[in-house]
Ligand binder design. Sequence first.
Ligand SMILES: *Cc1c(COP(=O)(O)O)cnc(C)c1O
Length: 395
Amino acid sequence: MLSGKETPGAVDNQQCDTYAWFSQRAWVEIDLGALSFNVQQLVKFLSPRTQLMAVVKADAYGHGAVTVAQTVLGAGASWLGVATVPEGIQLREGGIKAPILILGAIHTPEQIHAIAHWKLQPTLCSPKQALEFSNTLEAINYTSPLPVHIKLDTGMSRLGTNWQEAGEFVQLVQGLPHLKIASIYSHLATADSPDSTIMEEQQRRFQEAIAQITAKGIKPPSLHIANSAATLTNRALHYDMVRVGLAIYGLYPATHLNKKIRLQPVLQLKARVTQVKTIAKGTGVSYGHQFIAPKEMRIAVVGIGYADGVPRHLSNQMQALIRGQKVTQIGTITMDQLMLDVSSIPDLQEGEIVTLLGEQGKEKISADDWANTLNTISWEILCGFKHRLPRVAVM
Ligand SMILES: *Cc1c(COP(=O)(O)O)cnc(C)c1O
């Protein structure tokens, strides 16, 4: 048994077991306390009439969908958002009862059958899809009306009916049997930018679409448009619900939003030292000898690599934490292993834990650090951890 902070308070039995964790060379630690904290901070930030949808698509941004869903629902979220039908089914099979919105488009009768069977709620992006839903539900004699969500394109140019056609689209769906409009929503393209010009134009279009719908004599149901960035940026974008992904995982969508609320990163990436050795000055390290020891060095081999989701592009550009100290990664990152310069910790032992993302004492390495080095976004970093890494829940 390990002790103190290294002992998991709760182990996610669905995605790993205790034995697997203690024997693992590398794993992802999910801090459920931090996850609850982030959700509570968001709920406090919202007005009481605004619901919180936790977006748990892509296996909850790599954190483990079922465990995350249970925790966020316990902390004050009331809806879940996923991208695909199988993601929704996974939550239902995991015992989740909360309403689940599928944010992606649906294309086949089989998917519609599954949605009806598992009580998932689809997004309707076009009149054609609305008709397919209605006809398919008619064919299976579906009795109770299926709640559906109307997606409007107000400037993202991704899914949705163009906002100018909102009135006609909503009127069509309203008239179709077996469907009941549960919400009308849109998605913002530039919410994380400090320049809000485009976002404001999207909001203006959304308002105009709602006015068209009202002009048809239809009282608009629930409305929502905000992702994490918009939620933190402007309360006028909250409407009846916000759809928050990144922020519940404890990361900020942009640096200018860092001060809006306090968030704690939920995910830590850890691995074990598998071998420690001394190499002579001039010795090459790893494939291609991209690193040559400038002096005699103590190096550690760590049991994690790009097949686990540590991007190979970080080779010779990343750091890690051992015993509260920052150490430098050296040589090309390989499929299953990478090397560190541990000359500053001469008595380092095999089996010790290395934090690749997370905190040790005063030192911290965040997904934003990796994203900056790689010229990408933290969302992509979080989604990059492979299933070979067990997800271990800690409190
Ligand atoms: C992924 C997604 C979100 C969540 O976005 P974050 O920036 O992670 O908060 C919200 N709405 C839709 C439609 C999405 O696809």
